[in-house]
Each structure stands twice: as C-alpha cells, then as structure tokens.
Ligand binder design. Structure first.
Ligand SMILES: Nc1ncnc2c1ncn2[C@@H]1O[C@H](COP(=O)(O)OP(=O)(O)OP(=O)(O)O)[C@@H](O)[C@H]1O
Length: 260
C-alpha cells in the first residue's frame, strides 16, 4: 500500500457521550495516524456513527477531548472541522438530487472559494480566474472517479452505487486531509463494492488522505484497513491490525451475539 503511515493526526481521549439515559460512547480513546485507513466496526447501535459525529463536531461529548494536528479541543462545530481539513460522507446519501454530478461536486469547493459576491463584482478578473481553478479541480476529481460520461446527469437519475461515488467526489473536492466515510458500501452490489474499495485505496495512495470509515462488510474491512477499532455497546473492545482483530475472542463473541 501507498504512502507510509505517519505520526498521530487525530487523538481521541476518554470520550463519553450520552443521550439522556443512553450511553452512546463510554471512555473511548483512539489514535488515527496520518495516511492510515482505519475502520470502525461493531454491531448495530455500538456507537460507530456517534464516534464519527464527535470527530467532525456534530455531537459534543460530555467528557473527553479531541486533538487534531496537535490542537486539543473539547468542542468544535462541523464547519470548523471542515475548515481544518476533515471531510465526511453520510450513511444516507446527502446530495442535491436535481443537480448535475458536476454541480454537486462543485458544492464541495465552497470552503475553498474566497471571493464573495462583492469581490466578484469589484475584481471580476480574479474571481473568474478562481472559478476556473475550481472547475479544473472538479474535473480532475471527475476523471479520477471515472465518471466523465455522467458529469451532466442529475444525480437523482443515477443508480445508487454511482450516487455514492459522487458523494465521495464532493468530499474529495474539499481536498481533505482526513476523510470520514459512514458506510460507503452500504446497499451496494459486489461490483459496486469492488469499485468503491479501489477508489478508497487510490485516494489514500495518491493523495495520502487519512481515512476513517465505518463498514459492516467484514471482507471489505479486512481487505482495505491498516487498522481496525471495534466498538460494542459504546465501549472499545478491540484495536489493532485486521489479522489480530479478526482472531480476538472478545470481538468474535460480540459478533456471534448479533446478526452481523
Ligand atoms: N441523536 C441521537 N439521539 C438519541 N440517541 C442517539 C442519537 N444518536 C445515537 N443514539 C443512540 O446511541 C447509540 C449508538 O448509536 P450509533 O448510531 O452511534 O451506533 P452505530 O454503531 O452507528 O449503529 P448502526 O450500525 O446501526 O448505524 C444507540 O443506542 C443510538 O440509539
């Protein structure tokens, strides 16, 4: 696999999160290293999505802290996470269905666009140059994801697997340092899963992007991850390379007790 694993990029320290009486996460600590592909697995309701939501500032834990690139914080808002280079896709596709593939991916450039309406009016030339640069970046992503033939198609008309690929494209448009993927393969057929795996590996390899993903397909997880963290009932019960986690009795027991 591509770029060498680097230093710790994200440090999660003793995070606890509850909703009323429900403890979604209890004392979770984990590290994510630069250029790593880390999978978070666990039975339904284990706290996987909550963990991603804490990392990108959607949920605010009652306890613990997050250190990203050396900066520790107890509280962060999603737009701050995005500004710091964390992009995310969702379990349910969150695209503008009536808009074209190209325009949807362009929305991922929002944070990178500096010129306001006023500066566009005053400095038309520079705003236009900026727009061209953004379009070039988006075209690069479209080439990378091999979706040139559908660039003008409204997203709502595409099969599910391609919509997921467009969603990945929009996240990539932000040129993130860290990418959070919430079940990127859910609902896909075998061929679509293979394609998505290849793109995830290529993103990691070619752009060096650090990837944290939640996935239920164990074959996929064991294939593409450098490391796997296992949650069960909001607690961390495993953390290590795929081979180690696969043979861990506590992990096996957690999975045998569920439908996964
Ligand atoms: N916004 C919320 N309000 C109340 N409870 C919540 C909320 N989000 C998550 N929970 C609860 O926290 C626990 C962990 O949920 P979470 O969605 O993080 O699990 P998960 O591992 O992602 O599950 P799945 O695999 O089913 O997506 C569950 O008991 C869930 O009901």
């Amino acid at each position: 696999m591509g770029q060498a694993i680097g230093d710790v990029l994200l440090k999660v320290d003793n995070i606890s999160l509850s909703f009323g009486g429900v403890k979604a996460l209890t004392n979770i600590s984990l590290d994510v290293r630069a250029h790593e592909i880390l999978s978070i697995i666990g039975p339904n309701g284990a706290g996987k999505s909550s963990m991603l939501n804490v990392i990108n500032g959607v949920y605010h834990p009652q306890q613990g802290s997050i250190t990203y690139k050396g900066k520790t914080r107890a509280l962060m808002r999603p737009h701050e996470a995005a500004r710091q280079g964390i992009a995310r896709t969702f379990q349910n596709i969150a695209l503008f269905k009536g808009m074209s593939v190209l325009d949807n991916i362009m929305t991922g450039r929002n944070l990178k666009m500096r010129s306001s309406f006023l500066s566009q009016a005053l400095y038309w030339g520079s705003a236009q140059r900026e727009e061209i640069a953004h379009r070039l970046k988006v075209e690069e992503i479209i080439d990378f994801l091999e979706i040139q033939p559908i660039r003008k198609t409204p997203v709502g008309r595409l099969p599910y697997g391609l919509q997921k690929r467009v969603e990945l494209g929009r996240a990539l448009a932000a040129e993130p340092e860290m990418l959070l993927l919430d079940e990127p393969m859910a609902g896909m057929n075998v061929e679509e899963k293979q394609d998505m795996c290849r793109f995830i590996l290529d993103v990691n390899d070619e752009f060096g992007t650090t990837i944290v993903l939640i996935e239920h397909d164990m074959g996929v997880v064991m294939d593409i991850s450098h490391r796997v963290v296992v949650l069960d009932y909001g607690k961390k019960i495993g953390d290590g390379p795929p081979d180690k986690v696969r043979n861990d009795p506590a992990v096996i027991a957690a999975y045998l007790g569920t439908t996964h």
